[in-house]
Write a protein that binds this ligand. Structure first.
Ligand SMILES: NC(=O)c1ccc[n+]([C@@H]2O[C@H](COP(=O)([O-])OP(=O)(O)OC[C@H]3O[C@@H](n4cnc5c(N)ncnc54)[C@H](O)[C@@H]3O)[C@@H](O)[C@H]2O)c1
Length: 332
């Protein structure tokens, strides 16, 4: 069993603590949270002794032996926490987004390279049957070359907390899942973004929470991404609904089911690939495998930069009303 320090035991952190407790590869070495309430609740639930509960990561790293940390704090604290861990010589699994700014994300990737540690981002949406089914279908050449794609995402969550105070809560929090899904399913990176964002009259967030964005991907693939976090009804699920047009037909994702049609056949369901573990359960096992064998994870910090920069390029594009190339951010 390898030992992991979990930092952040809020809404998402509680679920992660359950996954660590159930893991055959990891045991929780310590818990860290600035909130005494969250710390105590998790410690009582999982039997973590008081002398292994901390209010800051540096004290935790200095006080207990550990192989890795799991950072489930908001993106604004990501760099400080993960950098402290990398410099202490332990591997890192962190929640998405990799950081709050591109500069902080690049600094973390550089620090991981300098220290020779693993930095893995928890892009869990990749690791579920619907995404792996579409990825395989396309990789097997059954769709042919992709031409253009439409994505519709409509949800109306009331999160409260830090998200509702962010300037572009949807684009800087949720959209990285959809951006990362497209990179995974099409095996293509994102090159540029343009679009508009809207604050509808009933928007309950401080920042715009609806956007109509066009992504340009490698091979000239265009993705039209209409997304909203303030929907008033008939919501999509979290994966969004997709229409992927290829030269051999059309693939649809609707309510996490996959369908295919072409001019010779009516729309039929595509059988989903079977996965024994998905989402966080898959990630935590894969993190253990990478730590053990010193492998670069598929969603390493370095790989994840394109997903993160695409979301920041989108924010710049809607703010400045122009096409923004991802390289523009990479080179700054
Ligand atoms: N992958 C997913 O599907 C998914 C879903 C929800 C949230 N998330 C991500 O998980 C992360 C946390 O989100 P959340 O909804 O749990 O937020 P949250 O606000 O509910 O919890 C964050 C926790 O971090 C603690 N914290 C803040 N700063 C800290 C610090 N410096 N040191 C120690 N603890 C600190 C807070 O006290 C809180 O308990 C975010 O990055 C978010 O994007 C991912």
């Amino acid at each position: 069993m390898r030992r992991i320090i979990q930092v952040g035991l809020g809404a998402m952190g509680q679920g992660w603590a359950d996954h660590v407790a159930q893991s055959e590869r990891w045991e929780a070495a310590a818990y860290v949270d600035i909130s005494r309430k969250y710390l105590t609740t998790a410690a009582e639930k999982h039997g973590m002794p008081k002398n292994r509960c901390f209010r800051d990561i540096v004290t935790a790293l200095q006080s207990v032996e550990a192989d890795a940390i799991l950072d489930v704090t908001p993106q604004q604290t990501r760099r400080d926490i993960c950098e402290a861990a990398l410099e202490h010589g332990v591997d890192v699994l962190c929640e998405k987004p990799l950081a709050d700014t591109v500069v902080h994300a690049k600094a973390l990737v550089e620090r991981a390279q300098e220290t020779g540690r693993i930095l893995m981002v928890a892009q869990n949406y990749r690791y579920q049957p619907v995404v792996q089914t579409v990825r395989r279908f396309i990789a097997q050449g059954k769709l042919g070359r992709i031409g253009y794609v439409g994505v519709n995402f409509h949800k109306g969550p009331h999160f409260g907390g830090y998200r509702e105070k962010m300037p572009y809560p949807l684009l800087l929090d949720m959209s990285i899942h959809h951006v990362d899904m497209m990179r995974c399913m099409f095996s293509l990176d994102i090159e540029a973004a343009q679009g508009v964002s809207v604050s509808a009259p009933w928007n309950w967030n401080a920042g715009d929470a609806t956007a109509a964005v066009q992504f340009e991907m490698q091979n000239g693939v265009m993705v039209n991404y209409l997304s909203s976090w303030i929907s008033r009804g008939w919501e999509t699920d979290w994966n969004a609904n997709w229409r992927i047009e290829g030269e051999k037909g059309v693939l649809f994702i609707e309510n996490s089911e996959v369908y295919f049609t072409n001019k010779y056949a009516t729309r039929r369901k595509v059988a989903l690939v079977k996965m024994v573990k998905t989402h966080q359960a898959w990630l935590i096992d894969e993190f253990a495998r990478c730590v053990e064998k010193r492998l670069e994870p598929e969603t390493s910090g370095g790989n994840n930069l394109n997903s993160l920069m695409a979301t920041h390029a989108t924010v710049r594009a809607v703010r400045e009303r122009r096409l923004v190339r991802v390289n523009e951010l990479f080179e700054e």
